[in-house]
Each structure stands twice: as C-alpha cells, then as structure tokens.
Ligand binder design. Structure first.
Ligand code: S3P
Length: 163
C-alpha cells in the first residue's frame, strides 16, 4: 500500500488516480470514504455538520475499512494530524509519500475553492501550512518536491521511490 500525504492542492488525488491506473490497483479516496460514512455528498459537508473533530474520527474509521494490501491511499490533508489515523496509516502502508508543494502553488490551485473549508482565509491557511510541514515530514517515509511537474513525471518519481 502506498499512501499520499500533503497539503490541500499538492496534487494527491490527481496523482493517486494516475498511479491507480498505471499500476492497475485500487485507489482509496479517504475524503470520499468519509463523506460516504457520514451519509453526505462531500467532505466539506462533513466539516459543516460535525466539525473538524467529527471528520478526523471518520477518517480513522475509513482507514479501518481498508482491508486489501495493495492500493493507493489518497489522504485528506489533515489526516496525519490525528494520531490514531497516523498510526493506522503507518500500519497499512509500506510507503507514506509526502507531496511537498510550496504555499504559492497550493494557493494558486485551491485558494478560491469553496470545497476547502480550511482554505477560506489566506492568512489562516498559511499558518496551518507552516504548522503542518513538520507533521507531514514526520509521517513521511519518502518526500517528492512538487513544482508543477506533469503527473506522468510524478508517477515515475513514485515508482522510483517505491522501487
Ligand atoms: C483538509 C484537507 C481536505 C479535506 C478537508 C480537510 C485538511 O483534503 O480532507 O477539507 O485538513 O487539510 P484535501 O487535502 O484532499 O484537499
């Protein structure tokens, strides 16, 4: 199992889909799994109804439902900040790959996205970004620096780090 972690807008979902297709293995989109568990259309609605702590607990529950041993886990940007989820992710995954993108890039990509509740105010998002970096680096077994390279190149970089 390969897990992708990193801030909103680092490109986890795009890369997860490309990897799943390239390798012919399942993709576990944790945001979608959480929404399904909550009986809501999207992760943003889970935040609106139950708040962040509810969403974090459901992320841990979603990880519990992953039974296969091969696949790509596309994590929401805050999943590794909740210790029980981090531990589950570590026990599920051979590789936890951090997509480390600069703030300017993630801002360009998601700065105006109504589906990203934690990106509503830029200065709050920057503060969160700075606080998260060390958490991501702590969780990661491998790091890929993101600077806008095409997804095909990222697939190859993942294949290199996972051997
Ligand atoms: C969050 C990131 C989002 C989603 C939720 C909270 C976060 O996922 O889980 O809005 O705390 O960083 P993406 O990283 O897929 O946007």
């Amino acid at each position: 199992m390969i897990a992708l972690v990193g801030f909103m807008g680092s490109g986890k979902s795009t890369l997860a889909k490309a990897l799943g297709k390239h390798l012919g293995i399942p993709v576990y989109d944790v945001d979608n799994m959480v929404a399904r568990l909550a009986g809501l259309p999207k992760m943003v609605e889970v935040f609106k109804t139950g708040g962040e702590s509810y969403a974090r607990r459901l992320e841990a529950e979603a990880l519990d439902s992953i039974t296969g041993s091969v696949g790509i886990i596309d994590c929401g940007g805050g999943l590794v900040t909740y210790q029980p989820s981090l531990e589950k992710l570590q026990s599920l995954s051979q590789h936890i790959i951090l997509l480390r993108a600069p703030f300017e890039l993630v801002k360009q990509r998601v700065g105006n996205d109504a589906d990203r509740p934690l990106f509503a105010k830029e200065e709050d998002a920057l503060e969160l970004f700075n606080a998260r970096i060390s958490q991501y680096e702590f969780a990661a077994t491998d790091i890929i620096d993101i600077h806008g390279q095409p997804v095909e190149d990222l697939v190859n970089e993942v294949l290199e780090v996972t051997g």
